[in-house]
Write a protein that binds this ligand. Structure first.
Ligand SMILES: [Zn+2]
Length: 257
């Protein structure tokens, strides 16, 4: 009977934990701290995995993180007060159980922790690029959501800035030749657009943020990150007009974007 009670209590604890970690990361429940595997100039890398199994992947991720750190902090004109905590899991199902949803990476704003799944083997160059890009992407979220937590609720800006500033956008622009599935204005502004369109949503929101940065300057982008509701005043333009101008820009050859 004791065993049954123990199992029951453990299941309930597990359910509470999984529920607390799901959703948009706004919960206040801190997850249990993991062993520290590596400390770098600006990062603290933790993992539930044995150091000998995760050392190599964390070395690769930490190098990508450090080599992009200053560029991103400078781009958003922000000095982080603490080293960034990063949890690395090499077991995808363990990671998704912990997160409570099917994701491979997230910045958990309430805990100020980047949490990522990364395969233990990054020997394949494409896989390596995908997951080093992911950690840089999550770091952009960490910076802009620490500047202004409300950015997390303006999805086109939050994801668009992450996709743009991580250079994932630049790489995709080199591969993509046609833009046939541009979002409507309503789609662009809707958080559901990301569920509906998947990777295309990241791409188009990235180009929208890039268009603003190129047309109005990094300073204007920074002011928008700090005060998204004032975007029309900051750009001296209506959102509708901005959208129409971006659409015209997207109809030009990709090389000119
Ligand atoms: Zn993101």
């Amino acid at each position: 009977m004791k065993w049954n009670r123990f199992v029951g209590a453990s299941l309930i604890a597990l359910l509470i934990f999984a529920t607390a970690c799901s959703g948009d990361g706004t919960d206040k429940t801190a997850s249990a701290e993991l062993p520290l595997i590596k400390e770098t100039d600006h990062g603290l890398f933790y993992s539930p995995d044995l150091p000998e199994n995760v050392n190599r992947v964390i070395t690769i991720l930490s190098e990508a993180f450090e080599s992009n750190y200053s560029r991103i902090a400078k781009l958003f004109d922000y000095e982080l007060s603490d080293k960034t905590s990063i949890y690395v899991y090499t077991d995808k199902s363990e990671f998704q159980t912990m997160m409570g949803r099917a994701t491979e990476g997230s910045y958990v704003a309430s805990e100020k922790i980047i949490k990522v799944y990364t395969p233990a083997n990054l020997d394949d160059p494409e896989t390596r690029e995908e997951y080093t890009d992911q950690i840089v992407h999550e770091f952009v979220h960490a910076v802009i959501q620490q500047i202004n937590p409300s950015v997390g609720r303006v999805k086109w800006l939050d994801e668009g800035a992450a996709y743009y500033a991580s250079n994932q956008l630049g790489k995709e622009l080199q591969r993509r030749a046609v833009f046939f599935d541009l979002p409507t204005l309503e789609q662009l502004k809707s958080p559901d657009y990301f569920d509906e369109a998947g990777s295309a949503a990241y791409f188009y929101c990235g180009t929208f943020v890039q268009y603003m940065a190129d047309t109005y300057g990094a300073d204007a982008l920074n002011r928008i990150v700090r005060n998204p509701k004032q975007i029309e005043r900051i750009l001296n333009n209506s959102f509708e007009k901005l959208y129409e101008q971006w659409k015209i820009q997207m109809s030009k050859p990709p090389s000119s974007l």
